[in-house]
Ligand binder design. Sequence first.
Ligand code: ZN
Length: 331
Amino acid sequence: MRDNPIFATVDFDKDGVQHGHLRLPHSRNDSAWGSIMIPICVIKNGHGPCALFTGANHGDEYEGPLALVSLAQEIDRAKITGRVILLPFMNQPAFAAGTRVSPLDQGNMNRVFPGRPDGTPTQKIADYFQRTLLPMADIVLDFHSGGKTLDFLPFAASHVLDDKDHEARCRAARNAFNAPFSVEMREIDALGMYDDAAETMGKTFVTTELGGGGTTTPETVRIARKGARNLLIHAGILAGTLDLSPTRYLSQPDTSCFHFADEAGLIDFAVNLGDRVQTEDLLARIWDIHHPERAAKVVKAQTDGIVTARHYPGLVQAGDCLTVISVEHAP
Ligand code: ZN
C-alpha cells in the first residue's frame, strides 16, 4: 500500500495543546503546488485513552463543527489524561462549499471508506483516517445532522454489532453523550461508512443526528457541546462529572420504519418530528407540480412509532426518504 500524501503539522505524541493542519497536496489551475488545509487540534497530557472527534463529515451539517471549535479553544489541558484529537471540518472542501459532498470530486466522505492513498481528495482523506487516525483512537465520535435535505429529532446513536460486549460499550458511550433521544440505529446504506470502519477496528463509536435543514438552533448546538464534553468524561480523559438529563430510547427494528417517495412533487406533511403515529395514519401527501388538478399521492405510516426524521425541502424527487419512524422502548 502506498503512503498517504497528507502531512500533519502537529506531533501526535507531544504533550500540550497544538492547533495545526492536515496538509493534502492539491495541484490545480489556481495553485500549481497548492494544498487542502484541514484544521486539526491535538491536546495531550501524559498517558491515557485517545478520543477522535469529527464534525463536517458531510459539509452542510453544523452542530459538530460548532461543538468542536469551542471544545478546541476551551478544553483545559490540565484536566486531560491521555489525548484528544479534534477535526471540526473533516471533509474541509465540502464544508467550505456548504455542500454534503466535496465539490472537488463529488466524494461523499461517509461512503468512501476505507479510501485510497492514490485516489481523489475525499478518498485520500478517508485513507488517512483509516490507516493513521483511527488506529490511534479508543473512542470515536462523528457528528452528523440532516444537512440541507433532512431534519431529525436530536439523537445520539449506536449500532447493533455482532460482538455484544462491543455493542454494549458503544451503547454506554451513546447514553453518556446524553442527547434528548438515544437511538439504536439501522443504516440503510452502510457500505463505505466511517462508522463501519471504526467499529470494524473495535473502537467505541458514537454518531449523532442533531437536527438539520442546513443550519442549527441554539438548542441543537447546546446538545452537541454537552455531548462532546460528556463523552470525554465518560472515556476517563476529561476530569469532571457527567451533565445528564432524561433521554428517550428509540430503535428502528426493520425496514418498515423507512418511508420513501415513489413520485416527485410538492410535499404536504401531516405530521411533525416527535409525533406519535399508528400504522395507516396519514404522514404526507405529494401534489403533482405539473397537474394541480390531479389528486395528491397519499403516504401512510407502515408502522407504529415516533416520527424521527423528515425530508426537509418543499419539493421531493422520486426515491427521496420522506420520513423515518422509530419505536420507543425502555432502556
Ligand atoms: Zn451526515
